[in-house]
Ligand binder design. Sequence first.
Ligand code: APR
Length: 250
Amino acid sequence: MTEDITAVARAISEAESTVAFTGAGISTASGIPDFRSEGGIWDRYDPSEFHYSKFKADPAAFWEKRLELYDEIYGEEIRPNSAHEALAALEEAGHLDTVITQNVDGLHAAAGSSVIEIHGNGQRVACESCDRTAPLDTAREQIENGTLPPECPDCGGVLKPDVVLFGEQLPRVALQQAKRLARDADVLLAVGSSLTVEPAASLPRIATRKGATLAIVNLEETPVSERAEFDIRGDVANVLPAIRDAVESV
Ligand code: APR
């Protein structure tokens, strides 16, 4: 693994453009379970309960289930971990352009990274009618005062968590930005994702098709691993700081 870390660090230090692409595995060290590992979120909750059609059919019941999941997962204060901080440090040092993330926990921004959130952000809500966004607490306060489903303060429309639900399209501008960054990258660092959910999982393929070096850091093999020049099997909380240190010493 050490040789791979050194080689990835050299590729990053020589690259014009390096982009990170992250999944839930980067936040497990912050106490947030991922989705598909044993004991993950989809072991505890039925993903079909969080389909957009369920929200449209009964937004009140959806919100009750969503807040139950939210409070279980994000119960206590969540903070960025060493992996988020390593990516922010690489960007600060000019070795990383940005982070494209599937995560909705807001931890990359909290660590200081510039981030493209292709699945939205769970700390925000959005109005189904006028698209206005507001902090999640706007909805939480209304629900606690008996307004279920929560309503848009501007137009009275139904508020929805500002995350991409199964059955919904990804935010068009964010996805276009992510695809352009993947196309232009010299190095794509895919971190903590099972790389199984489209269209996000296509980003590493877009990068390698244009000749990028793909470096994967993940506890388990992924469907894209055979395309990767580096497939580092390890804990991101250890591997990313090691890559950051190695880049600084190249
Ligand atoms: N270090 C390295 N890898 C880790 C760590 C860790 N500390 N913890 C977990 N992993 C790996 C797991 O082995 C797994 O392969 O991270 C991956 C997480 O995969 P998923 O749980 O499928 O999460 P993700 O890839 O982000 O899911 C994509 O699916 O349900 C939807 O919208 C949801 O954004 C999510 C999308």
